[in-house]
Design a protein around this ligand. Structure first.
Ligand SMILES: CC(C)(COP(=O)(O)OP(=O)(O)OC[C@H]1O[C@@H](n2cnc3c(N)ncnc32)[C@H](O)[C@@H]1OP(=O)(O)O)[C@@H](O)C(=O)NCCC(=O)NCCS
Length: 237
């Protein structure tokens, strides 16, 4: 249990560039507090103490601004950055290593019995203000842009933005499990404009070399013609 707690704290440090120490995470991360309170209220819920578990989850909401229904199933190392205004409904299921930014809703769209809330598979990143509504499944490693509204299943590894959310990019399989803070992989990628300029520079150098060779060839031919003309003159032709 202690190992998984340390694991959870370290995963926050890995995913938040602003986190400086374990101590800071333990004392100053409302998202971390919300998840720990949920783990306890979920245990109470599963053992039939429904009212007490609701009470604990309400205290958690009051302290952190994050509302997680005690029935929600949450995997390892869920990171809720900033907390505040996150809502996770009763029948939500969240895999391992999922990241939620502030004001995310995993909400229902019906009053019926059974599954009403989303399922987020491992490694999903959900941007601030995004709403994922209904019993939809967001595939592993998918990224949901801030303020997107997701109403349908999302394939793994893709990026969805807009209202209603649409796919704007798909990541290579091997990169889908790599975490990118704020869901932005471009942060550490080479600038494509610099790549294009480097390419043009190479072409320019090759052309300059070719022109220099042609000029030398032309000079040699002109010189040879001059010599031939002088010889002809001397020969009296
Ligand atoms: C969706 C997201 C993951 C995409 O990141 P990315 O892969 O670097 O994608 P890009 O920035 O290259 O954008 C791709 C396209 O989607 C659009 N786009 C990106 N984010 C968008 C958003 N939230 N809503 C609408 N359109 C968005 C871009 O304008 C671009 O469109 P274009 O191709 O027509 O120019 C990122 O923009 C995002 O929203 N991350 C969440 C960040 C967050 O919540 N931070 C809060 C921290 S507190």
């Amino acid at each position: 249990m202690f190992k998984s707690l340390i694991d959870e704290i370290d995963s926050v440090i890995t995913r938040d560039p602003a986190a400086r120490s374990r101590l800071e995470v333990v004392f100053a991360y409302p998202g971390f507090h919300a998840v720990q309170i949920h783990r306890f209220s979920h245990w109470l819920w599963n053992h039939g103490f429904c009212f007490v578990s609701r009470l604990f989850s309400h205290i958690g909401r009051w302290l952190t601004g994050v509302e997680i229904h005690p029935g929600a199933q949450i995997g390892k190392r869920l990171f809720i950055d900033h907390g505040m205004s996150v809502v996770i409904g009763e029948t939500s299921e969240i895999g391992d290593d999922v990241t939620l930014y502030h004001s995310v809703t995993l909400g229902g769209t019906s009053n019926g019995e059974g599954k009403r809330h989303p399922t987020l598979e491992d490694g999903v990143i959900v941007g601030s203000g995004a709403q994922i509504l209904g019993p939809v499944t967001v595939g592993g490693g998918a990224r949901i842009g801030s303020n997107a509204v997701v109403l349908k299943d999302v394939p793994g590894g893709v990026t969805m933005v807009g209202v209603p959310a649409r796919i704007v990019a798909a990541r290579e399989e091997s990169k889908a499990d790599t975490f990118c803070a704020y869901g932005a992989p471009s942060v550490n990628l080479p600038d494509p404009a610099i790549g294009a300029i480097d390419g043009l520079h190479g072409q320019l150098n090759a052309l300059a070399e070719r022109v220099a060779k042609l000029e030398a060839q032309l000079d040699a031919e002109v010189e040879a013609e001059k010599k031939t003309a002088v010889k002809r003159k001397m020969a009296g032709e």
